[in-house]
Design a protein around this ligand. Sequence first.
Ligand code: SF4
Length: 269
Amino acid sequence: MVRLKDFTKLDQQFVNLLNDAQRRADSLGRIPSKRNGHWASEALSSCLRKSWLSWKALPTNEFGNLDTFALGNSIEDAVVKKFQSAGIVLRQQEHITIDDARLQYPITGKIDLLIIEGDDIITPVEIKSTKDYGENDGYDKWMSYLPREEHVAQLSMYLHARKATHGYLAYFNKNRGIMAIYKVDYEPEFYNFVIEQFVLFEKELAGPEPEIPKGMKPESFPCGWMSRALDAKAAKKMEGTCQYWNHCWKGQKLVTLFAEENPAEQPKV
Ligand code: SF4
């Protein structure tokens, strides 16, 4: 009898080949450029050092799961389709700039979606795909982590720029395919708090490279995150890392999820 396993074989090398090709295509001809503004998506960032390194255009890791972004992009498309079905979409990907007198640099950003509500009220929507953080404990556990402060901060920048009274954060749980939507009111006090954090960061920017923030560990978020698969977890295999992991944790051993199949996935430290 012919068995499936006799004529099929895992071809991980092909996946690695495609990943390498994508990396080459993405980086071809790119010249790292220094930034000239803050990003709204970095408001209340979990690591100031990361923002600092990004401003200095330091090279990023050559490893990592490229498909994380692919998944996020397709989820965004799917969520936009839902809003389109409701016939309320005005347009997508609207750029904003905030010139706040307290800051030396502008804040820029891109609103995922503008919708029209009621009497021509134009409202920003920010779409986020998230993991199921409370995977083992159910829906309520996942909801208990939402909305995230940094996402509210990012949306607040958009609300300020558009002079909108409120906006929406639309979360999509990629493990379970469920959504949660939060209405966020514009709160001037919170906006000012975020601006104050950017002011503090600008002071850091003028100084030397900041230390790794206290308490951060190579294998813990936001530096890195472990796979939840029990076998990978036991082998301490990382599922993903910050793009500056290589820079911050020089000399530390990193085992990525696909390291065994692809030695090229190992960072050059
Ligand atoms: S690796 Fe960790 S400490 Fe370094 S920039 Fe990223 S998040 Fe910050």
